[in-house]
Write a protein that binds this ligand. Structure first.
Ligand SMILES: NC(=O)c1ccc[n+]([C@@H]2O[C@H](COP(=O)([O-])OP(=O)(O)OC[C@H]3O[C@@H](n4cnc5c(N)ncnc54)[C@H](O)[C@@H]3O)[C@@H](O)[C@H]2O)c1
Ligand SMILES: O=C(O)[C@H](O)[C@H](O)COP(=O)(O)O
Length: 375
């Protein structure tokens, strides 16, 4: 069996090689010739999987090692009888940790703010549950959920009145609630004075031109963008207007990426009737330097110092701005390079923190996912 895999899928060989030959190719440039004689295609979000790519090929299974599926032409795949799968929730925890890291970096203590969550599925739902467990007031906009599923559902206008608004919707252009440009100038301008807006879903859910215009007019907002309209050709002027910027890496914890590979391997084995030969625990490495000391300070300082030790979001922001400032390569090439060369980032639960014995400190650290060790 021939398996064509995006070069940025970590450990694809470790999972798939027992089933066939794994051919690695750059996902952004995959073409019909590359996949013509493949039995299975493994992609990430940068490959448009449609009739132009697959018509006339042998491909019978497409797996995207990501949560998002907007790059798959699902209508075509269904029509062509090609099985496809994604990795729901694989990097949800990584995105939640990105949100914490961003808020720490901005000095915004979420524990005494109201938080609006737009899109409350695997990622938004994980953020919601984590915040609720810390006693945070949350309002959620998700027209496809019922109050039984989420008692804090509210109208979009109410959610936009929260101190922090975090966006986690898929990118859709059809259906009853298409998300593309759901945040236009009018909606963005409803954000309250001094609000923090984060987008970790898909870039085009926010009209980036409208956001830029609004930020020309209002200087009270703080904006964090991990995802951008027109990736990888992001708007450099918008980059200069936002407080924190990153090259679509919120979900790039190593744990989340490997979970994506392993979930697609499971789907692949189901499709081809194979027994699984490799599991996530077989390949997930131990975390280096995972014993942390308890920082000195009040609870908020302890939280932010620990988070910064395990995930320095400012380094991601700096790398993107430095790449643009250096002008050594086209912005789109640099954006993709930063993603490809992204350093290993492990999730909070891999780090062991000595318990302080003070529930006011230990409780929040546990809620964030750190592993506490009793004295
Ligand atoms: N930045 C990153 O690295 C990163 C990482 C993971 C996922 N994502 C993106 O985040 C998206 C959400 O991930 P998920 O795992 O939570 O998906 P999910 O499918 O589990 O949940 C999405 C939720 O959004 C809701 N929704 C759909 N359209 C909406 C609309 N117009 N308004 C409000 N809510 C709407 C759905 O009802 C659903 O509950 C993914 O589709 C992906 O595009 C980005
Ligand atoms: O949808 C997802 O899972 C995330 O956006 C994911 O992190 C995208 O990463 P990519 O496939 O672009 O490497």
């Amino acid at each position: 069996m021939k398996i064509v895999a995006d070069e940025n899928i970590p450990l694809a060989e470790a999972f798939f090689e027992s089933a066939g030959e794994v051919v690695r190719l750059p996902g952004r440039n995959l073409n019909a010739d590359d996949v013509h004689d493949a039995d299975a295609l493994l992609v990430r979000s940068v490959t448009r999987v449609d009739e132009a790519l697959l018509a006339g090929s042998k491909v019978k299974f497409v797996g995207t090692c990501t949560i998002g599926m907007d790059h798959l032409d699902q209508a075509y795949l269904n029509k062509a009888g090609i099985t496809f799968d994604n990795a729901p929730g694989c990097n949800a925890n990584s995105v939640v940790e990105y949100v914490y890291a961003a808020l720490c970096r901005l000095g915004v203590d979420w524990r005494n703010r109201s938080v609006g969550i737009i899109g409350c599925g695997n990622v938004g739902g994980a953020l919601y549950r984590a915040l609720k467990s810390q006693g945070v007031e949350c309002r959620c906009y998700d027209p496809l959920l019922s109050r039984d599923q989420n008692p804090d559902l509210a109208a979009l206008e109410e959610v936009l009145q929260c101190d922090i608004v975090s966006m986690h919707t898929p990118l859709t252009t059809e259906g009853s609630h298409p998300s593309r440009h759901m945040m236009g100038y009018e909606q963005l301008n409803k954000l309250r004075d001094g609000a923090v807006l984060l987008n970790c879903g898909r870039g085009a859910v926010i009209d980036n031109q409208a956001l830029s215009r609004l930020l020309d007019e209002r200087d009270d907002l703080q904006v964090v963008l991990d995802v951008w309209e027109w990736e990888p050709e992001i708007s450099v002027s918008l980059l200069h207007q936002v407080q924190l910027a990153s090259p679509h890496i919120a979900g790039y914890s190593y744990d989340g990426k490997l979970k994506g590979t392993s979930m697609i391997y499971q789907a692949f084995c189901r499709h081809f009737g194979l027994n699984e030969q490799t599991t996530l625990t077989d390949v997930l490495p131990a975390t280096e330097n995972n014993r942390l000391t308890l920082p000195v300070g009040d609870v908020w300082q302890v939280i932010c110092k620990l988070i910064e030790q395990v995930y320095d979001i400012h380094a991601d922001d700096r790398a993107l701005r430095d790449m643009v400032a250096a002008s050594a390569e086209p912005v789109g090439v640099g954006f993709d390079r930063l993603r490809k060369q992204y350093p290993v980032r492990r999730e909070f639960n891999n780090y062991i923190v000595p318990a302080s014995g003070n529930p006011a400190i230990d409780g929040p650290l546990q809620a964030l996912g750190f592993t506490l060790e009793s004295r």
